[in-house]
Design a protein around this ligand. Structure first.
Ligand code: GDP
Ligand code: MN
Length: 398
């Protein structure tokens, strides 16, 4: 789960990381009012969306007056911000964060990620802050400092000092840098984050180290033990297909292809996507309906897949262990009877009650394409696409 910049800053500040004074606003009037409350005569207005790259996309504005703040925020509210991280759709701006502007002497990149290879929290830093880490590693790889945290002891101060020295932090500021690194690490570990990124972390004109931007991502599977984090969820920033699925207990990831997949089990879903690729097709989604799927659940899965207008064929692949093929077949029949779909539907069933499942599909008289093996199913889905079967223009939303 991602959170907003202002939320990440609040969390990091509670772990001792210095941030500029700032305040949240839900309207242009409120933004101007909040700026007056903060005091000073220069402010940065920042669109709060779950994506980076806002600066280049017009989501970060330096303002010198109330009037400028009103103007900048009026242009932001209700708009979709498109950055290189949002995709073409963009993300809606419903909140802005107003911060007192800070004079910047130096920009540093600082990131904490979970490195699966070394099974450690990896600290990645660079003296070239402000640029994306992808660009730094392409253009200035020699500036990148990496340091893995030994899990048994956590981040130690000497290690944090080493990072500060490697970044060329002047001696009088090293203690502030150590405090920043220790704070980020503790926030990462205590709250089960998978990513903490501060870009830029700056040295100000008056020699303070401050986080001017902050991003945090959390492990969804650990959210149950951090209610104060899970309440920060902002559904307006999520793919609506994915949050709708999550609310219905389905595990769904939208992809760019055109073959919709309905599968039980994450492993089988992966194998199904691989096989579709092998047969020359492109999956439109990953959808795991889980074990013990009732006909209602299968019908829901169908509606979810069909709400993606790119879907030109559906492949149902069920290996029934805990599941029952007859229930899945009933779900398919229910879904197709209630909301007829104009794209070909290929069904491959195996396992518990497979005979009964096949009979239900045959008896229904629905134009379902039956498949034997997984490869057979994938090939049938791909060639059904090539038949140019009429395309469903506007699919039914759930
Ligand atoms: P991002 O583009 O989404 O990563 O948004 P950032 O929060 O990183 O802001 C983009 C850029 O705006 C930063 O890299 C800074 O150069 C600049 N910026 C942000 N806050 C301030 C500030 O308080 N003072 C000044 N001078 N520049 C700022
Ligand atoms: Mn940034």
């Amino acid at each position: 789960m991602d959170i907003h910049e202002y939320q990440a800053k609040e969390i990091l500040a509670s772990f001792g990381v210095a941030i500029p004074p700032g305040a949240l606003a839900y309207s242009p009037e409120q933004a101007a009012y909040r700026a007056r409350e903060l005091g000073g005569d220069r402010w940065i207005v920042k669109a709060q969306v779950h994506a980076g790259g806002r600066g280049k996309a017009g989501g970060v504005k330096l303002c010198d007056s109330d009037h400028e703040i009103m103007e900048a925020t009026e242009a932001m509210f209700g708009q979709k911000l498109v950055t290189h991280q949002t995709g073409a759709e963009g993300k809606g701006i419903y909140r802005v964060y107003v911060e007192g502007a800070v004079p910047i002497a130096r920009e540093i990149y600082l990131g904490f990620v979970l490195d699966r290879g070394s099974q450690r929290v990896m600290i990645v830093a660079s003296s070239e802050g402000g640029m994306d880490i992808e660009d730094i590693s392409a253009q200035k790889p020699e500036t990148i400092v990496r340091s893995a945290v030994e899990p048994a002891v956590g981040l130690r101060e000497f290690q944090a000092r080493e990072i500060a020295f490697a970044l060329g932090i002047p001696a009088p500021l090293v203690q502030q840098m150590v405090r920043t690194l220790m704070g980020c690490y503790r926030a990462f570990r205590d709250l089960d984050a998978t990513m903490v990124e501060i870009n830029p972390l700056v040295v100000t004109g008056d020699s303070r180290i401050m986080a001017l931007d902050a991003k945090m991502t959390f492990d969804d599977n650990a959210l149950f033990r951090h209610p104060q984090v899970s309440e920060l969820r902002d559904k307006s920033q999520e793919d609506p297909r994915e949050s709708r699925a999550a609310d219905r207990g389905l595990s769904y990831v939208g992809l760019d292809g055109n073959i919709g997949c309905i599968v039980n089990g994450a492993g089988l879903a992966m194998a199904t996507m691989d096989t579709i690729k092998l047969a020359g097709g492109e999956p439109a989604n990953f959808l795991d309906i889980g074990g013990g799927a009732t006909p209602e659940r299968v019908a829901k899965a169908f509606r979810l897949v069909m709400s993606d207008k790119n879907v030109r064929a559906v492949l149902v692949n069920i290996f029934a262990g805990i599941n029952r093929c007859d229930w899945v077949a009933e779900g398919v029949v229910q879904a197709l009877t209630a909301h007829p779909v104009e794209v070909p539907v290929v069904v491959r069933l195996a396992g518990t009650n497979v005979e009964e499942g096949r009979r239900i599909l045959e008896r229904s008289g629905l134009p379902v394409i039956a498949a034997g093996s997984l490869m057979d199913a994938a090939q049938k889905a791909v060639s059904a696409l090539a038949d140019k079967t009429p395309i469903l223009e506007k699919a039914e939303a759930i």
